[in-house]
Ligand binder design. Structure first.
Ligand code: GLY
Ligand code: MN
Ligand code: MN
Length: 442
C-alpha cells in the first residue's frame, strides 16, 4: 500500500473548518483529467489542487462528493482494484482501502457515479462543480442533475444551480494554516537551495537545458515531487521573454542568466526568480540595472503587510520602475506622463506579483466588490518586479538592449508585517559573485 502524502487528520480539520460555507450544498470535485501524450502514454499526472486539498487522494479517475451535515457526508468514487492494470500502472487504493485510509463515509466504484450521485444530491440546493474544465466531467454532472431533477419532479425545484467551487475555496485557500505555512517553507527552502546550486554550477557555454536538469535534480533530491511550474532558464536576450519556454540555448560569456523556478512539496510550490552573470561577474551596466530593480523589490517587500492593498503595492512598483526607465533613458518625458499613457508597459508588462500556494498563480480574489483587496495575515504572495529591454529595441540605449531582470521572492503576510520565505536565496550582487567565485576556485 502507498502511504497518503499528508496526514488525513489535516484534511478532516479543513473540512470541519469550512463546513458553514457549504450549507445546503454539495461539492462535487473531479480528480484532474489524465492527458494522453501519445498512444498509450500519458503526461505526468498531478492531482487537481482543490481535490487534493479536501481529500488527500492522488489518484486519477476519482470523484469526491461532500455534503456537509448529511449522512454520508464524505463520498468518494474511485477506480476499482484491478491486479492486471496495477501491474502496468501501479497501486490503486480501490473502494475498501480508500474508505479506511482516507476516512470516507462511503466509497463507490467510479462507474456508479451516475446512479449514486442523484441520491446524494436529492436534498441540496446548490451543487459546486467546476464547469468548462473538462467536457466529459460536465456531461457526467449534466446526467446526474437531470436524474436528480426527474427523481424530484413533484418538488418543482427544477435543475439544481451550479456554482464555481473556487468562488468559495479560492478565498479559503488564500489564508494559509500553520501546516500549510510549514509546507510552503519547505518548498521555499528547497527551491532557494536549487537556485544556489545553479549559481555554483554554471559555466560559460553550458546549455540552458543542462541547467534546467540540474535544477530538477536539486529540488527532487531535497524531497520535491516535481517542479511547481515549467522552470524558466533564460540566458541573455531570452530573459526578455517573460515566460520563456525553450530552455535550449548555450549561455554566453558576458550574458546574464535569469532562472525562474520552484519545487513543489506536498502540493505547495516555491516561485523564485534570480538573475546572475554566466561568468560569475556582473558588468557595470548589468550591475547598475540589477541594483535598481533590487532596490524596488526590497521597497515593495517592506510595504507588504496587513492593511495595504494590492493596488497600493502595484502602483508603487509602477512608479518606481518607471522612474528607473526614465533615469536610464529608456523613456522620454516625466514619470507621471509615462504612467498615464502606459508607456512603461513596454519594459514592465506584468504585475508586481500574485498569490502563491498549491498553484503557482494561486486562487483567491484580488478584488472584492470592485476594490483592490487588502492584505491579511496568512496570505502568501510573490513580489517580483522586473525590467525587460528587447534586443531589437532601437529606442533603448544600446548597452541596455537584450537585458531582462526579474527578482522574485515568496512573502508570507504576518500579523505585524511579513516573513520572506525565500530570504536565504542570495540576491545581493556581492553575495552572488562571492558564491560564484568560490565555486570557480573549487
Ligand atoms: N513563474 C511564473 C511567475 O513568476 O509568475
Ligand atoms: Mn511568480
Ligand atoms: Mn516566477
Amino acid at each position: 500500500m502507498r502511504k497518503p502524502l499528508i496526514d488525513i487528520s489535516i484534511i478532516k480539520q479543513r473540512l470541519e473548518n469550512i463546513k458553514p460555507l457549504f450549507e445546503d450544498s454539495a461539492l462535487v470535485l473531479f480528480s484532474h483529467p489524465e492527458y494522453i501524450r501519445n498512444n498509450d502514454v500519458h503526461h505526468a499526472y498531478r492531482q487537481d489542487s482543490n481535490f487534493f486539498y479536501l481529500t488527500g487522494f492522488e489518484e486519477p479517475g476519482a470523484i469526491f462528493v461532500w455534503r456537509p451535515g448529511q449522512t454520508p457526508e464524505t463520498v468518494l468514487f474511485v477506480r476499482p482494484k484491478d491486479p492486471e492494470m496495477e501491474t502496468w500502472d501501479g497501486f490503486r487504493f480501490g473502494t475498501e482501502m480508500s474508505a479506511r485510509v482516507f476516512q470516507m463515509d462511503a466509497v463507490y466504484e467510479v462507474d456508479a457515479f451516475e446512479t449514486e450521485a442523484p441520491k446524494l444530491l436529492k436534498d441540496v440546493r446548490t451543487v459546486f462543480h467546476h464547469q468548462y474544465r473538462d467536457v466529459k466531467n460536465d456531461a457526467r454532472i449534466q446526467t446526474v442533475l437531470e436524474r436528480t431533477k426527474n427523481a424530484a419532479r413533484r418538488s418543482g425545484n427544477g435543475l439544481l444551480s451550479i456554482k464555481d467551487p473556487n468562488s468559495v475555496l479560492g478565498d479559503v485557500r488564500l489564508i494559509k494554516s500553520e501546516k500549510e505555512v510549514e509546507f510552503m517553507k519547505v518548498a521555499a527552502q528547497l527551491s532557494a537551495n536549487a537556485h544556489v546550486s545553479l549559481m555554483k554550477a554554471i559555466e560559460p557555454g553550458m546549455n540552458e537545458r543542462e541547467l534546467h536538469g540540474i535544477f530538477i535534480k536539486e529540488i527532487m533530491a531535497q524531497g520535491a515531487s516535481r517542479e511547481g511550474y515549467g522552470t524558466i532558464v533564460a540566458s541573455g536576450k531570452n530573459a526578455t521573454t517573460l515566460h520563456y519556454v525553450f530552455n535550449d540555448e548555450d549561455c554566453a560569456d558576458g550574458d546574464l542568466l535569469l532562472v525562474d523556478g520552484g519545487g513543489e512539496y506536498k502540493y505547495y510550490t516555491g516561485d523564485i526568480t534570480r538573475v546572475f552573470p554566466v561568468n560569475g561577474k556582473f558588468t557595470e551596466v548589468q550591475k547598475r540595472l540589477y541594483n535598481q530593480v533590487l532596490d524596488v523589490q526590497k521597497k515593495l517587500i517592506a510595504m507588504t503587510k496587513p492593511g495595504i492593498t494590492l493596488k497600493q503595492i502595484g502602483d508603487a512598483a509602477t512608479e518606481m520602475l518607471t522612474k528607473v526607465m526614465v533615469d536610464e533613458g529608456l523613456l522620454k518625458g516625466s514619470v507621471a506622463e509615462n504612467i498615464k499613457n502606459s508607456s512603461y508597459k513596454k519594459y514592465y508588462p506584468h504585475g508586481f506579483g500574485h498569490w502563491l500556494g498549491m498553484d503557482v498563480h494561486d486562487c483567491g480574489r484580488a478584488t472584492i466588490n470592485g476594490e483592490s483587496r487588502m492584505l491579511e495575515a496568512g496570505m502568501c504572495l510573490t513580489v517580483e518586479p522586473g525590467l525587460y529591454i528587447p534586443q531589437d529595441d532601437m529606442d533603448a540605449p544600446e548597452a541596455l538592449r537584450g537585458i531582462g531582470i526579474r527578482i522574485e521572492d515568496n512573502i508570507l503576510v504576518t500579523t505585524f508585517g511579513n516573513e520572506n520565505l525565500t530570504e536565504s536565496c542570495p540576491k545581493e550582487v556581492d553575495q552572488i559573485e562571492a558564491i560564484m567565485q568560490e565555486s570557480y576556485l573549487g
